[in-house]
Design a protein around this ligand. Structure first.
Ligand SMILES: Nc1ncnc2c1ncn2[C@@H]1O[C@H](COP(=O)(O)OP(=O)(O)OP(=O)(O)O)[C@@H](O)[C@H]1O
Ligand SMILES: [Mg+2]
Length: 271
C-alpha cells in the first residue's frame, strides 16, 4: 500500500521523516479521516493522521494543542506536520500501551477509575502559563456545527432520535444560549473517552487532541460519562465524581446534556 497525500506518495520528500517509512496498519476514522501506523527509517513507530474538511480542521487544532502541551502532560510528540489547501497531515510519536477500554479486565475496575482520577487531576494542574495559550474550544466547535447545519450535512431524523425531538437548528440555538452560562477557564481534552487514554504499567498518556481547548469541566465529564457507561457500568461515572469531590447537581447534569447534544451533531454527520 502506498500512503497518498494530495496524490504525492509517502516515499516523496513531502515530509522528510516519512521517507521510506513502512506502513504497519491502516485505520479509517469515524469522520472519514485516515490513520496509518508506520515504522520510520529511524526504526521508531509513529501514527500518521490525514484529513480533509472538518478532519483537516481537527488536525490543525491537534498540532497547535500538542505543541502547547509538550512537557506539561504525557502526550505524543509531533514528529512532523503539513497542511495544503485541502488537507492536513500530522506525524505523531507512538505512545506506549493500549487503550484503557481494552485494559479494564486486566487492570481491574478500581485501578482503571483511579487512572481517570489521575488524568482529571493532571488536566487541572496544567499551569496557567500554558493554559492561557489555548483557545475557547466551544466557540470554534459552534462555528463548525453551524457550518454542518448550513451545508445540510446532518441526518435530521437520526439526530432527532437522540435529541428528544429537537431539530438541529433548535438544538443549535439551545446550545448557543446555554453555553453563555458555562465556564471557560478549564483545560479540556474535548473527547475524553477511554479509547483516547493509553495505558501501560504505571503510566498513562492522552492522545487525540483535535478538540482540545479551554472550557467548562463538564465538557470532559460528559464524554467520560458516556464512555464509562459503555465500557464499565452505570456506577463508574458517579464513582469518579465522588473520587473528585464533584457534586452531581441539576446545573451539572444540564451542562452534561448540552455537551451530549453537541456530540450528536458529529455522530449524525454524513461523510
Ligand atoms: N500517538 C499515538 N500513539 C499510539 N496510538 C495511537 C496514536 N495516535 C492514534 N493511535 C491509535 O489510533 C486510534 C485512533 O486515533 P485517534 O484517537 O487519534 O483518532 P480518532 O479520530 O479518534 O479515530 P476514531 O474516529 O477511529 O476514534 C487510537 O485509538 C489509537 O489506538
Ligand atoms: Mg480517538
Amino acid at each position: 500500500m502506498t500512503l497518498m497525500f494530495d496524490n504525492i506518495s509517502l516515499k516523496s520528500s513531502l515530509l522528510p521523516c516519512l521517507e521510506e517509512a513502512k506502513i504497519l496498519s491502516y485505520h479509517r476514522t469515524r469522520l472519514g479521516g485516515q490513520i496509518f501506523h508506520v515504522l520510520l527509517v529511524s526504526q521508531k513507530e509513529a501514527f500518521v493522521k490525514i484529513g480533509k474538511s472538518y478532519e483537516k480542521y481537527e488536525i490543525i487544532e491537534e498540532y497547535k494543542n500538542l505543541s502547547l502541551l509538550q512537557g506539561s502532560l504525557p502526550v505524543p510528540e509531533v514528529y512532523d506536520y503539513i497542511t495544503t489547501d485541502s488537507q492536513a497531515m500530522i506525524v505523531l510519536e507512538k505512545m506506549p500501551g493500549f487503550p484503557l477500554n481494552s485494559m479494564i479486565s486486566l487492570l481491574g475496575r478500581n485501578h482503571s477509575l483511579s487512572i481517570i482520577k489521575d488524568i482529571l487531576d493532571a488536566l487541572k494542574s496544567v499551569p496557567n502559563s500554558v493554559k492561557n495559550n489555548f483557545e475557547i474550544a466551544s466557540k470554534q466547535e459552534l462555528k463548525n456545527i453551524k457550518s454542518l447545519i448550513d451545508n445540510n450535512l446532518i441526518n435530521k431524523d437520526n439526530f432527532m432520535k437522540g435529541s428528544r425531538d429537537l431539530d438541529p437548528v433548535a438544538a443549535f440555538n439551545k446550545i448557543q444560549n446555554d453555553l453563555n452560562n458555562h465556564n471557560t477557564q478549564v483545560l479540556t481534552h474535548g473527547d475524553l473517552c477511554l479509547p483516547n487514554i493509553l495505558v501501560t504499567i504505571g503510566k498513562w498518556s492522552l492522545i487525540d487532541w483535535g478538540k482540545g481547548g479551554n472550557g467548562d469541566s463538564a465538557r470532559d465529564l460528559s464524554a467520560l460519562e458516556g464512555s464509562l457507561k459503555r465500557n464499565i457500568d452505570e456506577q463508574a461515572f458517579p464513582q469518579v465524581c465522588e473520587m473528585m469531590n464533584i457534586e452531581m447537581n441539576i446545573t451539572l447534569s444540564q451542562k452534561l446534556e448540552i455537551y451530549k447534544l453537541m456530540d450528536l451533531f458529529w455522530y449524525n454527520k454524513s461523510l
